[in-house]
Design a protein around this ligand. Sequence first.
Ligand code: ADE
Length: 245
Amino acid sequence: MRIDVLTLFPEMFHGVLNESILKRAQETGIVQVKLINFREYATDKHRTVDDYPYGGGAGMVLKPEPIFRAVDHIKESAATKPRIIILTPQGKRYTQQQAEELAKKDHLVLICGHYEGFDERILTLADDEISIGDYVLTGGELGAMVIIDSVVRLLPGVLGNEASPEEESFSTGLLEHPHYTRPREFRGMKVPDVLLSGNHQKIDEWRRKEALRRTLIRRPDLLEDYPLTEVEKRWLEEIRQEEEK
Ligand code: ADE
């Protein structure tokens, strides 16, 4: 996969891209991330990328020309039509489902804004406008890093045996069950007996039920879209009774 990031602050990405799994994914050639400072595509002497808003008001607005020129340049060297994404708090809220969809693409372009916002015409470049949550950041960079991280870890070969993305929170539609490792008892807190039983059917049942319990308690909204099996409906009833006590 190729990912091009248009940003005025490429250095913000260095820590995230040069550690751990994202670093290895680049080293093994699974993903190629290019950081492009679109200031380089400004044509005037001062390399201006923003300007005052028409109609007045506070803050500066990103000008269309440098971003359009940068995108034109990317498209010239692109093997396939890239998926172009603009990060903005006005975008659609990002989910695991979108990460899974983006992970199927060959080429992503992530456009990070800063200042008060984008000239509206820049938005015509985008296939998607994405927000990473209902809060306002100083720019789209952290959002772009969230997208890169969540997408790259889904690419075949990136996680190896460390984890299986199909079974984790949100992919299944539920939150994950609790995890434990040694020691069996720590500061009076014990590992549930069933996990030490060696009975894999029981362990599997316990995990599925605890995943349901967590989801019911913490994120009941997720259950609205989740197709419960008959067994799960029964467990949910049991959990409700257990939690009432
Ligand atoms: N830029 C500023 N705030 C943002 C957010 N919440 N998501 C994506 N991009 C942003």
